[in-house]
Design a protein around this ligand. Structure first.
Ligand SMILES: Cc1cc2nc3c(=O)[nH]c(=O)nc-3n(C[C@H](O)[C@H](O)[C@H](O)COP(=O)(O)OP(=O)(O)OC[C@H]3O[C@@H](n4cnc5c(N)ncnc54)[C@H](O)[C@@H]3O)c2cc1C
Ligand code: SF4
Length: 514
């Protein structure tokens, strides 16, 4: 067998691919990780708000095209560890109800082919692996869990504790946001995490965030049988003459073409890029793209209905690490509305430069720094629906064209009103200010952080791309293991589900590799 042949090739090293590599590493099988990016440089700019949020230092140079073929720069991050290098590490389980078809304002969500109970043990493993801090029981929508969180919740700082107390007094059920950071509050001098204010949306300079590089890829590379090639951009997957197996992985690395082969090939490029790679790999046997007999590759793109909002506190908000509180009282419904509204959580404490673009007119008399000092930052997240026309396709240059029509707008707007009505209980000024920079500027579709759903899994090859084990229905050795597999997205952050699924598929692959 050639030296370029591996038992498993994993393309992409983020939440899905990185986690899978670690899961498979102890098997001793020869594993190759191909990652288009390099290691994210560790430099002082990691924690510089202007560099990260205004100058987009770590955002890819990609150009994508919107519904009107207008170019935009997506908030994509191509590094070892993928988008988790920049993520806020809010590691929620989907709610049990998310796995079954449910009615939303704009229609029915699909059933998942496997239920919450099958995911539960993998969520527990994922929480352990990614050092999730949390507390079960306070959140009325918490799904059943077979173990407590492996680490105690990240404590609220005084202003957030006050919000929590006030919310409880007003009859809500605030709870600790589950968070993946390497923080040891009981032994601060030895804690890897220093609990700083540049976490959500920033890379962690001291490698104390539970991102896929720190938690999965670096540990996987401790195994002699695991190889990582960086700056290895996969261009195409070639198949056998019958079209039933991937036989070659074509890579461009440092300007050179290279070829690899693997008994198993796992695509984990993130939802949009996984679809792109399958579409780019069209051949005689798969004229519409690999695994695309159903014409479903690229369709059902979802990314959440999200609003980042700033409320101004009457007193300065001295909080450093703010992302400790979440409210799910309206996740499934509201007293005055029968459909799900979504999740409320905090985001990282905003800083002056983030407001520069949005500063006109909404808080007269406030300077940007004053605003940042008094800001209490919320993030609202509602479910969007996977529509067949919400879709990744490619242009002649193989660039991504993202067609996206918004769904379920009423619930997210109602959620905003709910938050608005809470403000009076919270000693906050009565206006909410949008923080567009957090979400990827003023072009909503550019905020691709929660992209998912382009290769949904399902039992029926006519309506899905992957089977229940995330294997392509049409190719025996091809898997997709990232957020592409989601049939629906729920209204909590997607990473823990992508991680749990990688562990789940990992078990299946280990059986296959025996
Ligand atoms: C600012 C920000 C904040 C976020 N906060 C949260 C949060 O708090 N909680 C949460 O759950 N989620 C959060 N997310 C979302 C989370 O990061 C993603 O859901 C998760 O990383 C998706 O995992 P993935 O494996 O699908 O893709 P990724 O993690 O993006 O990994 C895909 C990898 O594939 C590589 N790749 C792409 N194409 C190719 C190719 N052709 N060849 C080789 N390699 C390729 C990419 O470089 C990348 O490394 C956030 C995202 C962002 C951007
Ligand atoms: S809060 Fe902790 S994990 Fe987050 S960036 Fe700061 S040191 Fe890193």
């Amino acid at each position: 067998m050639s030296e370029n042949h591996y038992d498993v090739i994993i393309i992409g090293s983020g939440a899905g691919g990185g986690t899978l590599a670690l899961k498979l590493a102890p098997s001793g099988k020869k594993i190759l990780i191909l990652e288009r990016g390099g290691f994210l440089p560790r430099e002082k700019q990691n924690w510089d708000t202007t560099e990260v949020f205004v100058k987009n230092r770590y955002v890819s140079k990609d150009t994508w095209y919107d519904n009107n073929q207008k170019p935009f720069q997506p908030g994509s991050h191509y590094f070892v560890g993928g988008a988790t290098k920049m993520y806020g590490a809010a590691l929620f389980r989907l709610r049990k109800e998310d796995f079954s078809a449910h009615r939303t304002a704009d229609g029915l969500t699909p059933d998942w082919p496997v239920g919450y109970d099958e995911f539960e043990p993998y969520y527990t493993q994922a929480e352990k692996l990614y050092h999730v801090h949390g507390q079960r029981g306070d959140d009325p929508t918490d799904p059943p869990a077979s173990a407590p969180y492996p680490f105690p919740p990240v404590s609220h700082e005084p202003r957030i504790q006050e919000l929590t107390d006030n919310l409880k007094r007003a009859g809500y059920h605030p709870s600790f946001a589950p968070t993946g950071i390497l923080l040891n509050e009981a032994d601060a001098p030895h804690s890897q995490c220093i609990r700083c204010d540049t976490c959500d949306g920033f890379p962690c300079l001291v490698h104390a965030k539970s991102d896929a590089e720190v938690i999965a890829v670096r540990p996987a590379l401790q195994y002699p049988n695991v190889t990582l090639l960086t700056n290895a951009h996969v261009q195409k997957l070639e198949t056998s003459a019958s079209g039933q197996a991937v036989t070659k992985v074509i890579v461009e690395r440092d300007g050179q073409r290279e070829e690899f082969s693997g008994d198993l090939v796992v695509v984990a490029c993130g939802a949009a890029n996984s679809a792109r790679l399958l579409l780019m790999s069209a051949n005689d046997k798969h004229p519409r793209g690999l695994a695309n007999g159903s014409d479903m590759v690229g369709r059902n793109y979802m990314f959440h209905n999200s609003i980042a909002l700033v409320a101004l506190s009457r007193r300065a908000n001295e909080t450093v690490f703010q992302k400790t509180l979440t409210v799910n009282d309206f996740y499934l419904r509201a007293p005055d509305y029968e459909f799900p509204l979504g999740n409320i959580q905090m985001i990282g404490k905003s800083q002056g430069p983030m407001f520069r673009e949005d500063s006109h007119g909404f808080a007269p008399g406030w300077t940007l720094d004053q605003m940042a000092k008094h800001a209490v930052d919320f993030w609202l997240m509602g479910e969007d629906l996977g529509l067949p026309q919400n879709r990744v396709t490619l242009n002649a240059k193989n660039e991504i064209q993202l067609h996206y029509e918004f769904t379920n707008q009423e619930p997210i707007n109602r959620l905003r009103q709910k938050l608005q009505s809470m403000l009076e209980h919270l000693d906050l000024h009565p206006h909410l200010i949008p923080n567009n920079l957090y979400l990827g500027k003023h072009i909503p579709v550019a905020g691709v952080g929660h992209q998912s759903g382009t290769c949904r899994f399902g039992a029926d090859p006519k309506s899905s791309v992957l089977d229940v084990n995330c294997r392509a229905h049409e190719l025996d050795n091809l898997y997709v293991v990232d957020t592409s597999f989601f049939p629906s997205i729920g209204a909590v952050n997607p990473s823990l589900t992508a991680i749990a699924n990688a562990l789940r598929v990992g078990d299946h692959l280990l059986q296959r590799l025996k």
